[in-house]
Ligand binder design. Sequence first.
Ligand code: 1CP
Length: 371
Amino acid sequence: MAGWDSVTTPDATTQPGSERPHSPYADTPVPGDPTQSALVQAARGRTTPHTPVWFMRQAGRSLPEYRELRVGTGMLEACATPDLVTEITLQPVRRHGVDAAILFSDIVVPLKAVGLDIDIVAGTGPVVAEPIATRADLDRIPELSPEHVPYITEAVSTLVAQLGSTPLIGFSGAPFTLASYLVEGGPSKTHQRTKALMHGDPELWRDLCARLAQIASTFLQVQIDAGVSAVQLFDSWVGALPRADYLRFVEPHSRAVLTAVGEQVPRIHFGVGTGELLADMADAGADVIGVDYRLSLTDAVERTGGRYPVQGNLDPALLFAPWPVIEERVTEIVREGRQAPGHIFNLGHGVLPDTDPTVLTRVVELVHSLG
Ligand code: 1CP
């Protein structure tokens, strides 16, 4: 395939005769074209020499070098410090040889940037000082403009220069998942206030989600303008909804975000426990459908009519099982992924903090060796 020969970073590792530099990011920027990478090609539904692999939450607490760097710096402070963002984003690429970096940031960063009183509390997650309940509360959420997030532009530009042919994935939270944090005031298992608002005041809900769609679209556009090669829309908690509610209350807003991105870069759409919503989430304007570990890739391909590349879906908890178990399951997932027009190997959700990082590296090597 044209273009593969010139790729010198992890993409080239499975090619006969190619040699992988020990650490492509050590000193000098690596030239290259990330649009020719296995990740972007698979996301476009094209054949690739090996299955590309990256891990949700690949940067973070599973890495001792991350824990060391974060000592004394709050999560949101770290997200607004380009040097830290750059280094933390590169750590898992160096260590594991994954096929993509994902920007180190958080879905609540643009909400903090427009002035909401929100923090990420260790061991809890995002906490909102004054949750959204009324129309007056909605008026407290300004639109996002690129000037709100200069540190994102700076970090992405630096990263893209350093990563060379390895793609950088940008991301945003989707309107429902962002709304859930804002309405509940923090993480929720039941999403009770969110569902009560959605059904009790559909107009306020619609306007809240429209505002969050503007914020999400702008946040993604800032990252695209600075050079990311793909984006992922995280609707992590939307699996809590029945399909009818998804279609009525959520899908139009997620569609607005994905439509605003358009064809610029491949769009991955992911949620947890979204087996019943998978076809609708794909048809909302995704190029790749993310699959969590509850649904097999075979079923995911069937539910989406075989029309979409898939991303997933090793259960992150299985990384704690003996290696032969992991090996068998990874091999099975790679085999199942071949039924889709493209497959990006990933976990079914984020890396758990206690995960042994050497196991992640082994998974990358295994996926690459399977061709
Ligand atoms: O101090 C710390 O290390 C805090 C842990 C942490 C980290 C490393 C949080 C708090 N966010 C992050 C980074 C992060 N968040 C990334 C980094 C890039 C990578 O994947 O390596 C990404 C993509 C996110 C996105 C994010 N934040 C999502 C969507 C992904 C998912 O896991 O479903 C969600 C839901 C959040 C909210 C959030 N931020 C942090 C936590 C612990 C949570 C979840 C809390 C909850 O509701 O249960």
